[in-house]
Structures are given as structure tokens and as C-alpha cells.
Design a protein around this ligand. Structure first.
Ligand code: PGA
Length: 249
């Protein structure tokens, strides 16, 4: 059976107390899950800092990883409130989400800003988890592929002379936090396009393609039947360990 990747995006919903309970109360079960799946936990920066010493205790063949939810597009300097990629690397981050639709819409991040963030991550050998996806209106107007193409088009420049892998999370904006999931047909067609497009653009890069948007204990059953998918990015349903575990198993 194919080994899948599960990314827990805890957003701003998990406090240090909750994060410690999730991690320390369930560590053995969590490690057990990583025997059949790759798991990336993406907490807030503060929690990453708190857990960093425990991250380094994980054995090198363990398939549990830590990721950030964002990083600065700048290398270093007077950027109050920002966190740079080198700092993320030093606290044990091996992945970082960029371009999440909440960052694009609520914080005005453009494709150019996101490209700057990817550049920083690649410099420090952190694998980007690049989120892409269209709004409901863009889909209804038949612009899905054009939107995705714009969100992906600068990748070949960024990956020139680089071999760091890339995770692409296809997250239709209308599916995030809404309980609505695309039909398997819709999803299959879009994932096939993303895979073909990125393979052509980055023939030498290992690309993992996951789906995100209202993945929960119910929706996962059907979603898992789509063999093109390499995994899932889970928001709301990832903060409770038992729920997350039920999605993974
Ligand atoms: P959701 O969020 O699983 O709560 O829909 C997914 C995401 O925003 O990455």
C-alpha cells in the first residue's frame, strides 16, 4: 500500500497546553502511526520553539516531522514580528507551509511574496509545502487552471540548480473549513493537471501532491480512494489526537 503524507495545520487554534497534550500524551501512538505514514505537525512558531529540543530527540529514521505555518520572505534584519527560515531550521523545522489561502486573502500575500518565501526556505534546505487553490467564483467562471498556473509559474526559476523536494497542497478555497469537498471527478482532473504541469516544469524534483480542505473522519474515506493523491493537509480536524489518528489509520 502507498505510504501517504498527513500534514496537521494547527493554525492559531492550538495553545501550548493543547500542543503538549497532543504530543506528549500520545507520543507512542503517534510514533506508531509513522510506521505506515509520514506525519508533519505544523504548530505556531512559539510551540515549535518549545518543542525544538524534543524534535532533535527523534531518531533520524523517524517519519514524524515538524513544519512551520509561514516564514519571512526576507533573510534577516529589521522586520518586526517576522520569523526567518534560518531560525526555523535551527529549531528543527524541515517543512514550512507557504501560500495558504488565509495568508493570501487575509494578509495580502501575492505570488511574488510567496516566491520570496520559497527562495528563503530552499536556501536553508527546508521543504516548502506550497498551497494553491481557486475560489468558488474562479471555479465557476472556468478559471481554475489559469489560477493554479499563476500560482505555480515561478517554480522553475526558484528550483534552478536545486534538488530540495516540494510538497504541493491543492486546497480549493471553497473547501477550506466549509465541510464541502470536491467530487472525486473534479479532484482527480485537477490533481492530474497539477502533476503533469509540475513534472514538466520540474522534471528532476521529487514532488508530493496532497489535498486539503474539509478533510475529516468522514470525508477521508472517499478521498483515500483517489490513488493519485500522495496525502492530505488537515486543518480543523487535526488538533484532536484521536480524530487525527482516525484520519490516518
Ligand atoms: P480544514 O483546513 O481542514 O479545516 O478545511 C484546511 C486548511 O486550511 O489547510
Amino acid at each position: 500500500m502507498k505510504r501517504l503524507l498527513y500534514i496537521a495545520n494547527w493554525k492559531m487554534t492550538v495553545t501550548p497546553e493543547k500542543a503538549c497534550a497532543f504530543y506528549f500524551d500520545n507520543k507512542n501512538e503517534l510514533l506508531e502511526l509513522t510506521k505506515k505514514a509520514d506525519i508533519i505537525l505544523c504548530p505556531s512558531f512559539v510551540i515549535l520553539g518549545m518543542l525544538s529540543q524534543h524534535i532533535s530527540e527523534l531518531s533520524s529514521d523517524c517519519h514524524l516531522f515538524f513544519g512551520a505555518q509561514n516564514c519571512s520572505e526576507y533573510e534577516k534584519g529589521a522586520y518586526t514580528g517576522e520569523v526567518d527560515a534560518l531560525t526555523l531550521k535551527q529549531v528543527g523545522c524541515t517543512f514550512c507551509i507557504v501560500g495558504h489561502s488565509e495568508r493570501r486573502t487575509l494578509f495580502g500575500e501575492t505570488n511574488e511574496v510567496i516566491a520570496g518565501k520559497i527562495q528563503q526556505l530552499l536556501t536553508h534546505n527546508i521543504t516548502p509545502i506550497l498551497c494553491i487553490g481557486e475560489t468558488r467564483q474562479e471555479r465557476e467562471e472556468g478559471n481554475t487552471i489559469a489560477v493554479l498556473e499563476k500560482q505555480l509559474h515561478y517554480l522553475d526559476d526558484l528550483y534552478k540548480h536545486r534538488s530540495t523536494s516540494l510538497v504541493i497542497a491543492y486546497e480549493p478555497v471553497w473547501a477550506i473549513g466549509t465541510g464541502i469537498v470536491p467530487s472525486l471527478e473534479e479532484l482527480s482532473a485537477t490533481i492530474a493537471w497539477i502533476k503533469a504541469y509540475t513534472k514538466k516544469k520540474l522534471p528532476n524534483i521529487d514532488i508530493v501532491c496532497v489535498y486539503g480542505g474539509s478533510v475529516n473522519q468522514e470525508s477521508i474515506k472517499e478521498l483515500k480512494t483517489l490513488s493519485q493523491l500522495d496525502g492530505f493537509l488537515i486543518g480543523g480536524a487535526s488538533s484532536d489526537f484521536q480524530t487525527f489518528k482516525n484520519i490516518v489509520v
